[in-house]
Write a protein that binds this ligand. Structure first.
Ligand SMILES: *Cc1c(COP(=O)(O)O)cnc(C)c1O
Length: 327
């Protein structure tokens, strides 16, 4: 699912908890190198992680967080601007941290390029893949990403608050960390002896044992992904999302503006539309018609035609409802 070696991934805790645990290993700022570069529309909890981690280490978030924003009048972030920001802050940069797919705009960043740029200035590259995992193709190991984390309850269908996942590049298995008994060497875990001796894998970052009910639910979902095949899902996703894009443009034209990138390799199956000069009850009326979308204040509707369970007929129906609602 994420393009990792088996040893590089593990299911544990929940997403925000895991980000803090990963930051404990990957964010150890010095006076020379303490900045974190992220996108300006970063998901709130991720921003809270950054702020509190920075304060925890005695630094000032206003100086340490460097946000890259879209250019004036644009909605998606130009890759060139990210790369220039990384170069500009160069040796002061401790980490480049982005949402792999931005939750608001659906922009899928080129994680390969961002990782290389981070490494070029001597910084780590870490990603929140909450909206990427199960949605877009990922090759974390080949891209040489340092670490990543995701939750299992968006595209992975694990159910709300279910166990989350992390990736740690195998070259970092020796990093210091915050430890717990479930990360201890399996052979001697139950000997209940002193002294922490972690597994030399991502498993060595686990703290506690996991809920059997939670992991069973996640396993049931992942088995379906295996059966369907992630490549098949991506192929259908591209067609389905393209059809949705066509439908929106056909029916809405100037009333709604799609802000998600047009290029297929810069997006997954989410299209975010900005309501332009139209009534704001569009979302409620779509809901009443049985179309489940998502509304983000003040003016963005997110629509995700998920290839695992949405059909082309669903999109057609959506188009019909959109037309009825708008005119
Ligand atoms: C959904 C989501 C979260 C949720 O965090 P939890 O710790 O699971 O509540 C965090 N970050 C991003 C980017 C998300 O999309």
């Amino acid at each position: 699912m994420v393009g990792a070696k088996e040893s590089e991934v593990v299911s544990m805790n929940t997403l925000t908890t895991n980000l803090h645990l990963l930051f404990a290993s990957f964010y150890r700022p010095t006076k020379q190198r303490y900045k974190i570069i992220c996108e300006d529309t970063i998901f709130p909890t991720d921003r809270y992680v950054l702020e509190t981690q920075i304060r925890f280490h005695g630094f000032d978030p206003n100086k340490a967080i460097i946000e890259v924003a879209p250019r004036k009048g644009e909605h998606i972030i130009q890759e060139e601007d990210i790369l220039n920001t990384i170069i500009k802050h160069g040796e002061e940069t401790a980490m480049v941290f982005f949402g792999g797919v931005n939750y608001l705009t659906g922009q899928f960043f080129n994680l390969d390029t961002l990782t290389k740029a981070a490494h070029d200035v001597g910084a780590y590259a870490g990603f929140d893949l909450a909206h990427a995992v199960g949605n877009v193709p990922l090759k974390l190991h080949d891209w040489d990403v340092d670490f990543a984390a995701w939750c299992s309850y968006k595209y992975l269908n694990g159910g709300p608050a279910n166990i989350a996942g992390i990736f740690i590049n195998e070259k970092h298995f020796g990093l210091p960390r915050l430890g717990g008994w479930w990360g201890h060497d399996k052979e001697t875990r139950f000997n209940m002896k002193k002294h922490f001796s972690p597994m030399t894998s991502a498993e060595g970052w686990q703290l506690s044992n996991a809920s059997v009910i939670g992991v069973s639910m996640l396993k049931a979902s992942l088995d379906i992904f295996d059966q369907a095949g992630i490549d098949n899902l991506r192929k259908k996703s591209i067609e389905l999302t393209g059809y949705l894009e066509y439908m929106i443009n056909y029916h809405a034209n100037k009333l709604l503006q799609i802000i998600t990138p047009r290029k297929v390799n810069q997006r997954g199956c989410q299209l975010s539309i900005k309501l332009v000069d139209t009534n704001y009850t569009v979302f409620d009326m779509l809901s009443q018609a049985g179309v489940i979308t998502d509304f983000r204040k003040p003016d963005i509707i997110r629509i995700a035609p998920v290839p695992l369970y949405n059909s082309f007929q669903d999109i057609f129906y959506f188009g019909e409802q959109l037309r009825r609602v708008l005119y």
